[in-house]
Ligand binder design. Structure first.
Ligand code: ADP
Length: 617
């Protein structure tokens, strides 16, 4: 059964109105009846008292003259008063001033109905009393002496009649009032319920259709009107936001369509993943290449197409990227539909929202198979060349040394047998032999720098520097050079490699001095994961336009006034430093001295050899 709470508001309004009106009327009517019956009883009592006194006065003569007929006639006048049911007149028996009740006999009587007869004595009147009857007793006095008593019985039916009349009137009024209240409330409820009904209709329509252009109609300026206004304002706000959202969604769709178009028109295999790294988009090139379906490739399914040797490294790198949010770079082999593996360069970058949270990863796989094969060919050719250079310079050492040695011997032993030209030619030969020997030594050093094993052990840079200074002791002394150094760190590279670099740089700083005695300073500072060493001098300096060129093999500058160089020293330095993953560069101005900087790793890296090897390729 529907409870009052659940019935529609318009029905509630009617019920509330009717109950309120009914209760008010009922209360007013009942009060009215109660008050009236109370007042009427008082009035009746006063009226009857007067009446009974008048009868008592009229009965005095009849009692005195003992004339019951006159008394009966006098009482008969009471028939004019309806509701007086009976009147009994008793004659006192005693002669005293105050007559007693006992002994008073019935003298005359009046009765409205035949069924009633007055009791014979006055005492008997007390037994006749009825609930719906009022009895009044009045002494009949003559000269202050009671000669009789009159008892009047009044039927209270009038009071009940009156209550009945009032009751039915009130019931009638109550009914009419309810009908009127119903009609009025039925009409007036529209003022309230229409607004609410429209509001409900509007909300239902919005909820069902999702159409926020709907508006509720306003019927009044009261609270309901305010409610409708606020509701419409709210809808307006939602509508604006909804349109904005739809527009943004359209833009996202368009953006996605553009992205897909772009991804599908590229030769690379494009993919996107969730922030957790699960593939959720692959361009068709992927499926075409692998011969797998998207369902097989999605999430982590693509790992099936990775070469087993590359898989572990790939997963490790990919998980590192996912954890750190740093870009993913990896070279790996993917299996083609025909089963052949092809090298790819895989890259992925994280896309972030305004708050910096990763929303997705976008990545590409570029086929670098041909490039990779060429690199391998080049690496092999380089290796062969290096081997050749090494063997050639190694094998050339002895004949060249022989040229130098024997030209020395000829100069010493056969000097007297040579004329001026012969001596000059011999000098050219000797000098050429020395230069050739230096060149071959440097070439050998260069090929050794390229071939020697990389070391991952800690080496004290200070001791490596001191070893270099010991080798360079003679030229330093001759040039009266002053070499100073800061505290130098421990680095992870080969002892001899570091010594070689210091030796070349300090040697050059002495060699390419200006007019002043050389002042050379060596320092080191941290630069991210690297140590950056600097060798500063006050020498002739280098024109900035040559600051790249001087690191090439056999590259010497034309204004170089010394003849002792071969143009290989800086190439060796660059070769060594780059093999350890560092770099070397110079800052200088002509006449201002030069500062050579080179970086080496601060920590031993597991992949050091591989990195250095590939960067040297
Ligand atoms: P080499 O010293 O045998 O000529 P390097 O490769 O060591 O060959 O140097 C290449 C060239 O760079 C040198 O010929 C010289 O002109 C220039 N150079 C190197 N170091 C300095 C320096 N400290 N000051 C000025 N010029 C320098």
């Amino acid at each position: 059964m529907t409870s009052f709470r659940d019935i529609p508001i318009r029905q509630k309004l009617i019920v509330v109105t009717l109950v309120t009106a009914g209760a008010a009327l009922l209360l007013a009517g009942t009060g009215n009846v109660l008050v009236d019956s109370f007042l009427f009883r008082g009035y009746l009592r006063r009226d009857l008292t007067v009446l009974v006194r008048v009868i008592a006065d009229h009965s005095t003569a009849a009692l005195s003259f003992n004339d019951p007929a006159a008394a009966t006639e006098s009482l008969a006048a009471l028939k004019e008063r309806s509701h007086v049911s009976a009147a009994c007149l008793y004659r006192s028996a005693g002669q005293g001033k105050v007559a007693s009740r006992s002994g008073a006999n019935l003298f005359a009587q009046y009765s409205a109905s035949r069924s009633f007869t007055c009791p014979g004595t006055l005492d008997g009147t007390s037994q006749t009393g009825r609930v719906d009857e009022l009895s009044l007793i009045q002494p009949v006095l003559l000269n202050g002496r009671q000669i009789g008593t009159i008892v009047l019985f009044y039927d209270l039916g009038e009071v009940n009649e009156r209550i009945r009349l009032y009751g039915s009137t009130i019931a009638g009024v109550f009914l009419l009032a309810l009908i009127l209240a119903f009609l009025l409330s039925n009409r007036l409820r529209a003022v309230i319920s229409t607004s609410i009904t429209h509001l409900v209709r509007a909300t239902t329509s919005v909820a069902q259709t999702g159409d926020y252009t709907v508006r509720a109609e306003k019927f009044s300026g009261d609270e309901l009107g305010v409610l409708v206004d606020r509701f419409n304002e709210m809808l307006n706000g939602i509508q604006i936001r909804d349109e904005g959202l739809k527009k943004a969604l359209r833009e996202v769709d368009a953006e996605r369509a553009r992205f897909h178009f772009l991804a599908e028109s590229m030769p690379q295999k494009i993919f996107t993943t969730t922030p957790a790294g699960e593939v959720d988009y692959l361009n068709p090139q992927w499926m075409e290449f692998s011969g797998m379906t998207f369902a097989q490739m999605k999430a982590w399914g693509w790992t099936q197409s990775v070469h087993p040797e590359d898989l572990e490294g790939n997963i490790r790198e990919w998980k590192r990227a996912l954890q750190t949010g740093e870009p993913f770079h990896f070279q790996q082999r993917f299996r083609r539909a025909d089963g052949a593996y092809r090298w790819h360069l895989s890259r992925a970058h994280a896309m972030r929202d305004a708050a910096g949270n990763i929303t997705m990863w976008i990545g590409s796989n570029t086929d670098i198979h041909e490039q990779k094969e060429k690199e391998e060919e080049l690496r092999r050719a380089n290796e062969d060349l290096r081997q050749f250079a090494y063997s050639a310079s190694h094998d050339l050492q002895e004949p060249i040394r022989n040229v130098a040695v024997y030209s020395e011997i000829i100069a010493r032993r056969y000097d007297h047998a040579l004329d001026q030209n012969g001596r000059q030619f011999l000098e050219f030969l000797r000098e050429g032999g020395h230069r050739l020997a230096r060149l071959v030594d440097d070439l050998l050093a260069y090929t050794r720098a390229s071939m020697a094993e990389l070391s991952e052990h800690a080496v004290d840079a200070k001791s490596a520097m001191n070893s270099s200074l010991a080798v360079l002791a003679k030229p330093i002394e001759e040039a009266a050079a002053v070499v100073t150094a800061d505290e130098l760190p421990v680095v992870y590279m080969g002892d001899l490699h570091l010594q070689q670099v210091f030796q070349n740089l300090i040697g050059n700083a002495v060699k390419y001095r200006s007019g002043e005695p050389p002042r050379i300073h060596i320092s080191a500072r941290q630069m991210g994961a690297m140590w950056c060493f600097s060798v500063r001098d006050n020498g002739i300096g280098i024109d900035p336009q040559y600051k790249e060129k001087i690191f090439g093999v056999f590259k010497r500058l034309s204004y170089d006034r010394t003849s002792s160089g071969t143009g290989i020293g800086l190439a060796i330095c660059q070769r060594v430093v780059e093999r350890y993953g560092g770099r070397i560069w110079v800052e200088s101005e002509p006449g201002e001295g030069a500062t050579f900087h080179f970086t080496v790793p601060r920590r031993a890296e597991p992949a050091l050899a591989a990195t250095a090897e590939s960067s040297g390729g």
